[in-house]
Design a protein around this ligand. Structure first.
Ligand code: DHH
Ligand code: MN
Ligand code: MN
Ligand code: MN
Length: 301
């Protein structure tokens, strides 16, 4: 079994410097050897070099910032991830900001059209061009993937390949008004931190999978935004929100998804090694590697 690491040094979906350095920090923390230790054959052909587009050539479209850059990068990521998946490999995408998931999930769906998505995040990332306030496209990937909102021609390549009953959220606690309306109107299943408190993470994961993968027969794309974790656990990330998943809750999700035997693709996103102090950065990078190991078969016993 081969895992293909797709290093995506990309920050165009949001304004903070440093998140493009996430991949190199995760790899330099020893992720390749850690996965080999688990018995994986690891493919890593170096971090992807994304061609810049100057700001002059990429003015906002409506409120959307860096739209042409984000679109071009995500389209190339879709090809890379899709290629690995079609090769029967498991793509592990290291971000980089979460706009990249437009590419990774497009790629997965090309190889596995029936795949479902488990989205772990403090945020829903489902704003449309109309509902976004920030214009940061890392808050929008899901709306493009399910094909809602006014069409933005630069993103015409994103096929609405994800059905709304094939995505489920865990960890939500900072949702914009427009996003709440979109989740409701589209009957998208979401387990917030309230549900995690109420039912416990074990029951929440079971209910989440019962919703998107009732017969446990669909490939799973796990997209993990480290800001789903409590900031005390993953401090070095761009949009931290208090009251998040504990270290163990985050790892339980990854272990439980691995246990299904259905994991087809994994994203570890929004590690920004330039925001916290030294110890906080090391902690965040270590948790990113640890989540990846748990999702790829590392167990406690
Ligand atoms: N909903 C906010 C925050 C988005 C945070 C994105 C992260 O989860 O990838 C926005 O639209 O700007
Ligand atoms: Mn590659
Ligand atoms: Mn996110
Ligand atoms: Mn987030």
């Amino acid at each position: 079994k081969t895992v293909a690491i797709v290093g995506c040094p990309f920050r165009g979906g949001q304004p903070k410097l440093g998140v493009d350095k996430g991949p190199i920090h995760l790899v330099e923390a020893g992720l390749v050897d850690q996965l080999k230790e688990l018995g994986w054959n690891v493919k890593f052909d170096g971090h992807h070099q994304f061609e810049e587009i100057s700001a002059a050539d990429d003015p906002p479209i409506g409120k959307l910032k860096n739209p042409r850059l984000v679109s071009k990068v995500c389209e190339s990521v879709a090809k890379v991830v899709g290629g690995h998946a079609e090769n029967g490999e498991l793509p592990l995408t290291l971000g980089g900001d979460h706009s990249l998931a437009m590419g990774t999930i497009s790629g997965t769906l090309k190889a596995h059209p029936d795949a479902c998505v488990v989205w772990i995040d403090a945020h829903a990332d489902i704003n449309t061009a109309e509902t976004t306030d920030s214009g940061n496209i890392h808050g929008m990937p899901v709306s493009f993937l399910i094909g809602i909102g006014e069409k933005v021609s630069e993103f015409a390549w994103v096929k609405p390949a994800l059905k709304t009953n094939r995505i489920v959220y865990i960890g939500l606690r900072d949702i914009d008004a427009g996003e709440k309306r979109i989740l409701r109107e589209n009957n998208i299943k979401a387990f917030s931190m309230h549900h995690v408190d109420k039912y416990g993470i074990g029951k929440v994961v079971e209910m989440a999978l019962d919703h998107v993968n009732p017969n446990r027969d669909l490939p799973i794309h796990l997209s993990f935004d480290v800001d789903a974790l409590d900031p005390s656990v993953a401090p070095s990330t761009g949009t931290p929100v208090r009251g998040g998943l504990s270290f163990r809750e985050g790892h339980y999700i990854c272990e439980a998804i691995w246990e299904t035997g259905l994991l087809a693709a994994l994203d570890i996103m929004e590690v920004n090694p330039s925001l916290a102090d030294g110890e906080g950065v090391a902690q965040t990078v270590a948790v990113g590697c640890s989540l990846a190991r748990s999702a790829l078969g590392e167990t406690l016993l």
